[in-house]
Design a protein around this ligand. Sequence first.
Ligand SMILES: N[C@@H](CCC(=O)N[C@@H](CS)C(=O)NCC(=O)O)C(=O)O
Length: 226
Amino acid sequence: MSDLVLVIGNKAYSSWSLRPWLFLKHSRIPFSEVHVSLDGAHAKENLQRHSPSGKVPVLRDGALTVWDSFAICQYLTEKYPQTLGWPKEAAARATAYSVAAEMHSGFLNLRREMPMNCRAESLHVTLSEDARKEVARVKQIWRDCRTAFGGKLGSKRPWLFGEFGVADAFYAPVALRFKTYGIELDPVEQAYADAILSLPEIRSWIDAAKQETEGSDPFSVGVPAK
Ligand SMILES: N[C@@H](CCC(=O)N[C@@H](CS)C(=O)NCC(=O)O)C(=O)O
């Protein structure tokens, strides 16, 4: 039995939890899950018990605790080099670091105005100018990476850099948000989003999110699109 334990938040809402969870599942690395609800009177206290930062995700590997989605994925790529979490080729790898880091540190408007909600479908929000620029930037990243690296001649793989990697795990919650909020995509962007959305691991995350009973009304943000 693996010593790895991933502490995650509500599957409906916790986009940061989804990233290392997806990377672990897709890489077939055995681990167990501990769920901490992000809602309720004792949420903060429970989070603090599991996490030095008071936030999820957190990975426990025996006595070691690793927190923050980026650090967890980096730790996993080092511990399990067979996962090919980062591309082998230096320029592709540098670009993969850049786009994953850009997601990790940016897109605050997009994240605030289009929160991940795996239980909701067809929501409509009126995005601010800043959020619209961030949506356009995500789409540009997907197109650029697919053109320059992922979709190179001969590659049948749908991912940003060839093999599924950390960068794909970092953009997976955005593909879910684009679907939930009905963001229009061009064919290249849509093909990438569809590849993410049809992963069996993503289907199983969404199914589990729909079974969760705790949390707010799924339509508390945005309104169902007509
Ligand atoms: N930079 C962190 C962000 C983690 C984060 O904000 N997690 C949210 C859940 S998606 C959380 O724990 N929120 C609880 C809180 O802030 O009290 C990461 O990449 O893991």
